[in-house]
Design a protein around this ligand. Structure first.
Ligand code: GLV
Ligand code: MN
Ligand code: MN
Length: 427
């Protein structure tokens, strides 16, 4: 076995760009959850991993799992992230972690390294909540946290259910809801991801190591008023659904800015109006609310307060507000012992790091329910994410991949010491 060489920034970059080219037309990258394009990305990932000596499997949820055998069978150390994107997103969210996994597999393969126990590289399906409201669909199924009913209930903006979308790309939603990964087959997991914030950039750090991942409460709100003629209807006494929704949007911002809710982020990211005519007062406005927090109680209290105040405002305007819960996930504390292995690896490699929280959702938060998990963040330029301008420098990605590899090797050695019989020595 020769020594593993450092990650190749050019190769990693060009692999990432190849993935970015798999997109719907339009600005940035659009490769939505459970679409043929997402499956094509998984097929590409599988091809690259097979060429790097891995055995490929796709689980019932559509997660692609590439296994690199170890000297012994036993619980694997894993890494991975997702391959889907939001509408008009960037090239790095999810992709940075899966392409870093590809680079790690290639480096180990080239050096002929045999780990003590297997390594597994995972591309999760359907992480983004952009299409179905629910984030981390594939990893949630892998962790045994989704029911078949949930797969029917989550629908995209065209009314297609998650179950229908899964079936549409050749997956069996019944099997997906029945089968979870076996916790005993895993020892630890590390997800590398772009930060999607600007802490690392501002502090001029190489990497971040995550201690806490925010939860989110997502609600669909519908304001019902009375559509009527814009010229014939006097201003007093109107039931304008959009005017009421506008006040509601500002209330969400106001509640989240209130010091009592410090740390809460509340966003209305989607709004549609009916009948959508220049000459008709809006009769209905439907919009989304996404409330995120690292404190699960505060997250839910904030969401409840926002909806209560929105409802009162809508009533005052002669309209009605109906609320439907789309998804609700609590914040997750990641275990300190896996994080300690990652920070020790960062110190070994001379990388400047800090421990920080994640405002975004990640597959790591679902996987952690099954396997002790850590997260590595690489910097995001200007903190931008979910937009075409998303950017991380090739050298920053390569430094993250090097840290990922070092952390996986440390975790493999630790797992081996815990589960394998010592060889040699006194009998
Ligand atoms: C995933 O990117 C999220 O929306 O947090
Ligand atoms: Mn992501
Ligand atoms: Mn995302």
């Amino acid at each position: 076995m020769s020594t593993v060489r450092p990650a190749d920034p050019d190769r990693l970059w060009s692999t990432l760009q190849t993935m970015a080219a798999l997109s719907e037309p339009g600005p940035g990258v659009t490769r939505l959850a459970y679409t043929p394009l997402e499956r094509e990305a998984h097929a590409r990932f599988a091809e690259w991993m097979a060429a790097a000596g891995c055995e490929i499997a796709v689980d019932p949820a559509g997660n692609t799992i590439a296994t690199r055998p170890g000297r012994a069978a036993g619980p694997a150390t894993g890494t991975g992230s997702h391959l889907d994107s939001v509408y008009n997103g960037g090239r790095f969210d999810g992709i940075a972690g899966t392409m870093a996994a590809v680079e790690v597999a290639r480096l180990l393969h080239e050096a002929g390294v045999e780990t003590a126990l297997p390594l597994r590289f995972v591309a999760f399906a359907g992480e983004e909540g952009a299409r179905f409201g629910q984030a981390c669909c594939g990893s949630k199924l892998a962790a045994g946290l989704s029911s078949r009913d949930e797969l029917d209930a989550r629908r995209d903006r065209d009314g297609v259910s998650l179950a229908e979308a899964m079936a549409g790309v050749g997956l069996d939603p019944d099997a997906a809801a029945r089968t979870a990964w076996a916790a005993a087959e895993w020892s630890a997991f590390v997800e590398l991801h772009v930060e999607q914030g600007s802490v690392l950039e501002r502090a001029k750090l190489d990497v971040g190591v995550v201690d806490l991942i925010s939860g989110s409460t997502r609600i669909e709100l519908t304001v019902t008023g009375q559509a009527s003629h814009t010229g014939g209807t006097p201003m007093p006494g109107r039931s304008d659904a959009l005017a009421a929704a506008a006040e509601a949007v500002l209330l969400a911002e106001q509640v989240a800015l209130d010091p009592r809710h410090r740390g809460t982020r509340a966003t209305v990211g989607r709004l549609s109006v009916l009948p959508g005519s220049i000459t008709t007062i809006p009769g209905q406005a439907t919009f989304s609310l996404d409330v995120r927090d690292v404190d699960a109680d505060r997250q839910r209290h904030s969401a409840a307060e926002i909806v209560t105040r929105m409802r009162a405002a809508c009533l005052r305007r002669g309209t009605r507000l109906d609320a439907r819960l789309l998804a609700d996930t609590s914040a997750v504390v990641l275990p300190d012992w896996v994080r300690a292995e990652v920070t020790a690896a960062a110190t070994d490699r001379g990388l400047r790091y800090r421990v920080l929280t994640s405002g975004a959702s990640h597959d790591a938060q679902m996987v952690n329910r099954l396997v002790p998990t850590a997260m590595i963040f690489v910097p995001s330029r200007h903190g931008l994410s979910h937009v075409p301008e998303e950017w991380t420098e090739p050298a920053q990605l390569a430094a993250g991949a090097d840290l990922l590899l070092a952390a996986l090797l440390r975790l493999d050695a630790r797992a081996a010491a815990a589960v394998l019989e010592p060889t040699g020595g006194a009998s």
